[in-house]
Write a protein of this length. Structure first.
Lengths: 232, 371
């Protein structure tokens, strides 16, 4: 058997992983930018509470996060029951659950990167744009957001990589169902548990490394492009 | 323009009311920390006064009593910041048109090509701000504000971040603004030479309050404000008319009253009005008309008043047909027995009132000839 030939299980895991990660990042990006903006620019009572909440998945054991998600968003969970009743949406034990778990775990990384970048945007530039006749929303989309691009790119790449690697919260919240929630790390773990799985595990390991490297290189290229743009 | 604002920020309070000229440059002058920028920010709508009223040419921008508070984007005010604040991710052209595109076509009275031409920035349009020099950045910032076709321009020390050569590069453009566009300009500065070059009207601020406000030349002659202009700025400003721009020795003859002031030759047509600044420390006093002297400018006059300037100097106000301030040492003052009412002679070196140390402004036709 050719070493470079992926089995059906591995291929499924790879496809599912990419699908789940893309969804996780795409769906959480607007919320991530919003949260970063709120944390960077607004002052309000309870701000440190929000800050803590956003960062919680970074410090909690992933299994705990997964368990909390199950309690809150499971089919019979506090929020999950309502979602099912009114919207017919179920998160637990399907790819959406895996995407949600990945998004929650990656969220702090996304917010941190965007916030750092937002904080380095000179509010004076935004004030200048206001005096030039642009309303707050237009200023945000024509000044703030373009200047936050490096942070958004870094945050997206980090979040994507984190989503690809998500294990604990996913297996707890979405379980390990082949073709449904068995992402790459879950498949790799499963392969290490069965006899003759070493080759498959090694292939998945190499694929993970390649994706991670590609993500880093992309992020670097984008960052360089942006810096070059600003230099004119 | 009518500005009357009060605002408390920490231990510092702003409480200022003044009227500025409806066209031309009104200088907002005062030391750092006097609250000049705070006022300009309130006019632009970037900070909110606790109460007061701001109106420009009849258009009310803020009135706490009536509950009016227009957001910055609705105020139609062009703001030129000290640090330029060009948008770094946009080209010079996009920076210039950023505000223009947000001004309704029917309201635009400033033409893109005209501004690019006036400011000499045509060759920079495709560059990004990072590749501009300080002077170029400030010129683009001026153009960007102008292209919004504003009802008023605010300039917050637009030359402060520039060195001498760059200042000289930008100043003429600002001088031309008032002439080519009939927009009132509120010009913040703590540099008297810039104000003398530009302003018709002046508001003097200190500790968040207006100390005095009115015609620039009138304010400069007021003895109660004299000490305020400080050691370096102390001097006299005299409006003169060019009699002969260049005689056979290269000296210009400037007439004030029935007297002629001879200074280094200038390029101005006879009959134009020139504002001349004579630093107080460049004038000497004699009790008798000196004989055998190299001095070209000797004017008889009378001592009006003597003011102490610290431990070693006194400032003497002379009437030589107009007001002339002279700074001498306390020692000389005692030796010569100077006191108010005493007739003396004022001696001014022609080279002291050279193109470098005097300022030529005011009359618009003169500007035409010197630019």
């Amino acid at each position: 058997m050719d070493f470079f030939h992926l089995t059906e299980v591995e291929l499924e895991a790879l496809r599912l992983s990419l699908w789940v990660s893309v969804w996780a990042v795409a769906a959480s990006l607007p919320f991530g930018i919003l949260a970063a903006w709120v944390l960077a620019r607004l002052r309000f009572p309870g701000k440190s509470l929000l800050d803590g909440l956003v960062h919680l998945p970074l410090v909690l054991p992933p299994v705990v996060t997964g368990y909390l998600l199950l309690v809150l968003l499971g089919r019979n969970g506090i929020i999950g029951a309502l979602l099912y009743k009114y919207l017919g949406v179920v998160f637990a034990f399907n790819w959406k659950g895996a995407a949600l778990a990945a998004a929650v775990m990656a969220f702090p990384l996304l917010v941190r990167a965007v916030r750092l970048s937002l904080e380095s945007v000179d509010p004076g530039l935004e004030a200048a744009a206001r005096t030039l006749g642009a309303g707050p929303a237009r200023v945000f989309f024509t000044v703030t957001l373009p200047l936050t691009a490096p942070g958004i790119i870094t945050g997206t790449i980090l979040a994507f990589a984190r989503s690809l690697g998500e294990f604990g919260a996913t297996i707890t919240f979405a379980s390990n169902i082949r073709g449904q929630t068995q992402t790459l790390p879950l498949a790799l773990y499963t392969l290490t548990q069965v006899p003759d799985g070493e080759m498959g595990a090694m292939r998945l390991c190499i694929i993970s490394m390649l994706i991670a490297m590609a993500a880093l290189v992309c992020s670097e290229i984008f960052a360089r492009r942006f810096a070059a743009r600003l230099k004119g | 323009m009518e500005i009357s604002v009060r605002r408390k920020q920490g231990n510092f309070g702003i409480d200022a009311s003044f009227h500025g000229a409806e066209s031309g440059v009104t200088a907002l002058y005062g030391p750092s920390g006097a609250g000049k920028t705070s006022i300009v920010n309130m006019v632009a709508g970037l900070t909110r006064p606790d109460n007061g009223r701001i109106a420009i040419n009849g258009l009310c921008l803020f009135d706490s009593a009536k509950g009016i508070d227009l957001p910055p984007e609705k105020r139609r005010i062009g703001y030129i910041f000290q640090d330029g604040r060009l948008l770094p991710h946009l080209s010079v052209r996009s920076n210039l048109t950023y505000g223009m595109h947000r001004t309704p076509v029917g309201r635009r009275f400033v033409d893109f090509d005209q501004v690019v031409d006036l400011l000499g920035i045509g060759h920079l349009l495709h560059r990004r701000p990072a590749r501009l020099s300080g002077g170029e950045k400030q010129r683009v910032a001026i153009g960007r504000a102008l292209l919004t076709s504003p009802a008023m321009l605010l300039m917050d020390e637009p030359l402060a971040s520039l060195d001498g050569a760059r200042k000289a590069e930008v100043l003429p453009f600002i001088m031309r603004l008032g002439r080519e566009f009939a927009i009132p300009i509120l010009y913040v500065s703590h540099a008297m030479d810039e104000i003398l070059n530009l302003a018709i009207h002046m508001v003097i601020m200190e500790d968040g309050r207006v100390l005095a406000c009115g015609n620039l030349e009138d304010l400069l002659l007021r003895s109660d404000l004299h000490a305020y202009f400080g050691r370096d700025e102390s001097g006299s400003v005299i409006s003169t008319i060019v009699d002969n721009p260049e005689d056979s020795f290269g000296l210009a003859h400037l007439r004030f009253g029935d007297k002629i002031l001879k200074v280094q030759g200038i390029q101005a047509a006879p009959g134009t009005v020139v504002r001349v600044r004579i630093p107080a420390s460049h004038v000497a006093i004699a009790l008798e008309p000196p004989a055998g002297t190299s001095l070209q400018n000797i004017f008889p006059g009378k001592i009006c008043e003597i003011l102490d300037q610290g431990a070693h100097f006194v400032d003497v106000r002379l009437d030589i047909g107009c007001v002339l301030w002279v700074r001498i040492t306390r020692q000389s003052c005692l030796d010569l027995h100077l006191k108010p009412g005493r007739p003396v002679f004022a001696l001014i070196k022609s080279v002291a009132v050279s193109l470098g140390t005097f300022t030529r402004i005011g009359a618009s036709d003169f500007l035409t000839s010197c630019l």
